[in-house]
Ligand binder design. Structure first.
Ligand code: SF4
Length: 336
């Protein structure tokens, strides 16, 4: 399949413009994500339609806590990523790619939508597990067909995507969960191979277009857990995106090239308290402690609106339009 976002340069080179790396690729070579290669002066997408993982997941697993809470979503992911985080929690599919010479079964957009349409209690399709930007063309086509079939589309991403393709996706993607890995450009540069600014731009664009957004922040001891730096992140979210944006503060576990010990729970609690000084909805994830930082509390009257135990979700005091049943605050969550 030919890539959608690239330019032809001199001497058979091409420049991919899909993500902020803007790789200039010589004939016969691949970009940083290794999923796009220059074939005789044309940029081709490798592994398109190759599904590494799929399943009907609780929407809370994405994590999205304020988008059709308690529902299920058909989730698919492929191989590859445009960032190379040394702490990647999904590195088996993001950092290792299948051998191109093998004959793999690949899926067409229509087949994915057909599968999604027959699953019971499914609200749509989530593009997730690896970085969906690297299978942009398939995601765009699938999301368009899914939308026409009344399904919702969700993108779970690192936010490292150029503005033009992101704006094109905004026509069909209903909700985003975007990683904000740190508020320090040096962290992005050294530990992910990307930069902070393009991610912040993506977050602003998503909100500007009125799409549902939640943010995930994976806290790694000694690397991005300082109160000062995290406090700047929380303030930026509040100032530029609004204080109702849900934030998921997630526990890190050693993975891939990172052997730092798991985040102490106390660090997560401390950062959550700090975030709650400016943001209304702050959750703790990956802790496997059922009752801490999982419930949705009304910022106006402090009622517990949604109770969560693991992936069990109880809509306690939320009306059918997503407002607090006690004081009318909202909409707190998207329900229809
Ligand atoms: S999507 Fe891949 S090839 Fe394109 S600019 Fe990003 S890293 Fe480079």
């Amino acid at each position: 399949m030919e890539a959608k976002y690239y330019e032809r340069l001199k001497n058979g080179f091409v420049q991919c413009t899909l993500c902020p790396h803007k790789c200039k690729i010589r004939p016969g070579s691949r970009g940083i994500c290794k999923t796009r290669n220059n074939e005789n002066g044309n940029l081709k997408v490798n592994f398109s339609g190759l599904i590494a993982s799929s399943g009907l997941d609780p929407i809370e697993k994405k994590p999205l806590f304020h988008f059709y809470p308690g529902s299920k979503i058909y989730s698919i992911g492929g191989y590859g990523c445009n960032l190379h985080c040394s702490f990647c929690q999904n590195y088996e599919i993001s950092q290792y790619l299948p051998d191109l010479t093998e004959n793999y079964k690949t899926y067409e957009a229509k087949e994915i939508v057909t599968k999604a349409s027959i699953l019971p209690q499914n609200i749509g399709i989530a593009y997730t597990y690896n970085e969906p930007t690297v299978f942009f063309e398939l995601m765009l086509e699938t999301s368009l067909i899914a939308q026409k079939n009344g399904l919702k589309n969700v993108m779970v991403s690192n936010g490292y995507i150029s503005q033009a393709p992101l704006e094109e996706l905004l026509n069909t993607i209903d909700a985003f969960n975007i990683d904000l890995k740190s508020f320090n450009d040096g962290f992005y540069k050294t530990l992910t191979g990307g930069r902070l600014k393009p991610v912040l731009e993506s977050l602003k664009t998503i909100v500007k277009h009125g799409k549902h957004l939640e943010i995930a922040f994976l806290v790694i001891p000694g690397l991005n857990d300082s109160s000062n730096e995290a406090g700047q992140m929380f303030k930026w979210i509040c100032d530029h995106l609004g204080n109702d944006i849900p934030l998921h503060i997630n526990r890190y576990y050693p993975a891939y090239q990172m052997s730092v010990a798991p985040t102490p729970p106390e660090t997560l609690f401390k950062l959550r308290e700090l975030a709650l000084e400016t943001l209304n909805f702050v959750y703790i994830g990956n802790l496997h402690h059922p009752n801490i930082g999982m419930n949705t509390i009304c910022p106006s009257c402090s009622s517990t609106l949604i109770e969560r135990t693991g992936y069990q979700t109880h809509l306690k005091l939320i009306d059918s339009s997503g407002f607090c049943k006690i004081c009318g605050y909202g909409p707190v969550v998207k329900m229809a």
